[in-house]
Design a binder for this molecule. Structure first.
Ligand code: UDP
Ligand code: MG
Length: 338
């Protein structure tokens, strides 16, 4: 009996209680993810248990799922961390879901993680280590993309190149939403008032001390990607139009070059007709000019339209998302370290 008491006391003495532990918010947006929710929660809890020097809050966002995702979320809990579930009133898209997560996160650092296990929770310790070293942003770069079609990988590569060429604030190539952001970066993002929320751009915009770690992005654990090609193109366009004015200037430059060419061509035609009296052979050159100019004009109007649509969205000042329900489960115990 005495022996047991003494060993208990020794164990208590060996226990280190971390005071002032930093709070880390993990943001998991989910749209129809009933197949993977339990798995991701279990994995996150396993990793959390190995990091007693931090406190965690898990924020799950149901982005208008039509399956059992919300009911499943409400049942998730973890003894050592609080679980917050936000239910949006409809599907507002991942960018809006992340915005909701950022606005509700209380952590000293915030990490968005996809629900489909493509952002491996096992990397959290490495990210937190980099944060402890003083980096405010820890970007997670995909060195390989498993299970993605050749077309998706190639178009992503071209898109990042194009975006960085036109954009005024650089966006790290092949870095998705999975990254660690310090509280001051999250506060900066939360003050950005725009409704067009291209999160990769918004997360890069504040700058601060950055580092990049590489990882191999695995395939989706289950279910299907929630992005169609059309949605990806729309997201891509919104990324370009909300972070660059170069396409507008391009339209001006193309207009200038064509006008100059038209002026020179007009003089040449005039001289040929008036001075040399040559009949002007018409049809092919007129057709070519009309079609080429029509195409360029429509393209320029399209570019203008994209920007005006952006202005229209901003002018309406509608909220980025609406919440229907919030559920919160507090941590029951404190993690202790032996
Ligand atoms: N997602 C979301 N709302 C949407 C589309 C996606 O919250 O309208 C979530 C989805 O549940 C997942 C994450 O965003 O947790 C990434 O989506 P997905 O895996 O479909 O994208 P991919 O990895 O194919 O780019
Ligand atoms: Mg995915």
């Amino acid at each position: 009996m005495v022996a047991i008491d003494r060993s208990n006391k020794a164990r208590t003495q060996r226990k280190i209680r971390y005071t002032n532990r930093a709070l880390i918010s993990l943001i998991v947006p989910a749209f129809n993810e009933q197949e993977v929710l339990n798995t991701i929660h279990h994995k996150l809890c396993t990793v959390i248990a190995t990091l007693p020097e931090y406190r965690f809050e898990l924020i799950y966002i149901d982005d208008g799922s039509t399956d059992e995702s919300w009911q499943m979320m409400c049942q998730l809990n973890n003894s050592f961390s609080s679980v917050v579930c936000l239910q949006m009133s409809r599907n507002f898209g991942k960018e809006a879901a992340l915005t909701a997560g950022f606005e509700h996160a209380q952590g000293d650092a915030v990490i968005p993680i996809d629900a489909d296990l493509q952002d491996p929770p096992e990397l959290l310790p490495k990210m937190l280590e980099a944060w402890k070293k003083g980096f405010d942003v820890v970007n997670m770069k995909r060195s390989a993309r498993e299970g993605e079609s050749w077309l998706k990988t190639a178009s992503a590569r071209c898109y990042y190149k194009l975006l960085n060429w036109v954009s005024d604030s650089p966006v790290e190539e092949d870095v998705g939403d999975f990254r660690l952001l310090d509280r001051k970066v999250v506060d900066a993002i939360n003050t950005l008032p725009e409704r067009n929320r291209y999160m990769k751009g918004l997360m890069s915009w504040p700058g601060f001390n950055q580092t990049t770690l590489e990882f191999k992005r695995p395939e989706r654990a289950a279910g299907e990607t929630k992005w169609s090609y059309l949605q990806l193109v729309k997201l891509g366009l919104s990324g370009i139009t909300s972070f660059s004015m170069k396409p507008l200037r391009l339209a001006t430059w193309v207009g200038c070059v064509i006008s100059l060419y038209a002026f020179i061509f007009a003089i040449w035609v005039l001289v040929k007709t008036l001075v040399f009296g040559e009949p002007v052979p018409g049809y092919p050159s007129i057709m070519l000019t009309v079609l080429a100019l029509g195409g360029v004009q429509l393209l320029a109007i399209g570019i203008l339209g994209e920007y005006i649509a952006g202005l229209f969205t901003e002018a309406k000042q509608r909220p980025v998302y609406l919440l229907m329900d919030i559920k919160k489960t507090e941590a029951k115990e404190e993690l202790q370290y032996e």
